[in-house]
Design a protein around this ligand. Structure first.
Ligand SMILES: Nc1nc2c(ncn2[C@@H]2O[C@H](COP(=O)(O)OP(=O)(O)OP(=O)(O)O)[C@@H](O)[C@H]2O)c(=O)[nH]1
Ligand SMILES: [Zn+2]
Length: 191
């Protein structure tokens, strides 16, 4: 399917100065956020950040998303690299369904049980736009910021080499404790 791309624009931010480029696949619009020196890097630091409106924008304490996004933006601003803001909210079940999953979590389900009860797979993300972005930006070799083995597996499968993995570990609190535990025990995140 066709993926559209924008021109590159400047984005000064509180994390530093970036360049941004947008990509549109079906109805999802994603962003590549690049450090100023991005084009000179041999092995850029890369994070594929999955959208979490409640965390990223509202500062929800139920997950680690906002802290991971801040960590990644600060990191690439200093060390050079790329954050792909991958707009697959709620592991790609969308915002409305994620809030329904949260309502089930309020009744005691974990994140996996809630997804299954709503008729979804435990993780519905599709990373094909990441492959497109890597090709578009001429990226063959990276240092990946993640704890998620599925992202590593996907990037290996498209022939991009991961020369180093940087953990994206942030604070545990009373509200995200169970969520992080499910990531570790069920999804095999390296936490
Ligand atoms: N369906 C569902 N999605 C959630 C829930 N909590 C967070 N998410 C979504 O989970 C995604 C974040 O993915 P995670 O699996 O937590 O972590 P990750 O980003 O893949 O892994 P790392 O790279 O190690 O951080 C975002 O899209 C969030 O919106 C939840 O309770 N239910
Ligand atoms: Zn989140």
């Amino acid at each position: 399917m066709e993926i559209k791309k924008s021109n590159i624009a400047k984005l000064p931010s509180k994390h530093g100065k970036f360049f941004i480029k947008a990509y549109k696949q079906d109805n999802q619009e994603h962003l590549a956020i690049m450090s100023e020196n991005f084009n000179q890097l041999q092995n850029p630091y890369v994070r594929v950040h999955s959208e979490c409106l409640t965390g990223d924008a509202l500062g929800s304490l139920k997950c680690d998303c906002q802290n991971q996004l801040d960590l990644a933006l600060n990191f690439i601003s200093k060390q050079g690299g790329l954050v792909i803001y991958h707009r697959q909210e709620g592991r790609n079940i969308g915002l409305l369904n994620k809030i329904n999953a949260y309502a089930l979590q309020d009744k005691g389900r974990n994140t996996v049980e809630a997804n299954l009860e709503l008729g979804f797979a435990e993780d519905e993300r599709d990373y094909s736009v990441v492959k497109f972005i890597f090709e578009d930006l001429d990226i063959n070799s990276i240092k990946l910021i993640t704890n998620n083995p599925k992202k590593i597996e996907y990037i290996n499968s498209i022939g991009v080499s991961i020369v180093e993995r940087i953990p994206a570990i942030t604070e545990v609190n009373e509200f995200n404790k169970n969520y992080l535990n499910t990531k570790k025990e069920h999804f095999g995140h390296m936490l």
